[in-house]
Design a binder for this molecule. Structure first.
Ligand code: 5GP
Ligand code: ZN
Length: 112
C-alpha cells in the first residue's frame, strides 16, 4: 500500500518524531502552518475518522491522550487547536487517520 504515513511508521520515510508509543506516533508536519504543527497518528492504517471501527476506539483514545500530553510537554499554555480533516471536502489530503496539533499563533474561526 502506498501510504506516506505508513512509510513514516515503517521508517522508510524520514520524519522528526515527537512521541513514539506502542500504537501511536507523533511527528512534525513537513509543511507547518503554525509555529507548532505536530501530526498524531495511529500506527496501523485507518483511512480516516469515518473508517474508525469498533476495535479502533482504544487507539483513538490514546491518540487524543498523546495530543493532550504533548500540549503539556510542549508548554502550549496559551492554547492550541486539534484538527482532524475528514474526506475531500473536509480538506483531508493524506488518507491515514491523523490529528493536527497546532499552536503558537492565534487561530481564526471559522476555519478555511
Ligand atoms: P491533511 O491535509 O490530510 O489533514 O494533513 C496531511 C498533512 O500531512 C499536511 O499538513 C502535510 O503537510 C503533511 N504531510 C504530507 N506528507 C508528509 C510527509 O511526508 N511528512 C510529514 N512529516 N508530513 C507530511
Ligand atoms: Zn497508512
Amino acid at each position: 500500500m502506498d501510504c506516506v504515513f505508513c512509510g513514516i511508521v515503517a521508517g522508510r520515510v524520514p520524519s522528526t518524531t515527537v512521541r513514539d508509543e506502542d500504537d501511536v506516533l507523533a511527528f512534525r508536519d513537513i509543511r507547518p502552518v503554525a509555529p507548532t504543527h505536530v501530526l498524531i497518528i495511529p500506527k496501523r492504517h485507518i483511512p480516516s475518522l469515518a473508517d474508525v471501527g469498533p476495535d479502533d476506539w482504544p487507539v483513538v483514545f490514546r491518540a487524543l491522550r498523546v495530543a493532550k500530553e504533548l500540549a503539556e510537554s510542549l508548554n502550549l499554555r496559551a492554547g492550541y487547536r486539534i484538527v482532524a480533516n475528514v474526506g475531500p471536502e473536509g480538506g483531508q489530503t493524506v488518507g491515514h487517520l491523523h490529528w493536527h496539533l497546532l499552536a503558537g499563533r492565534p487561530m481564526g474561526w471559522p476555519p478555511g
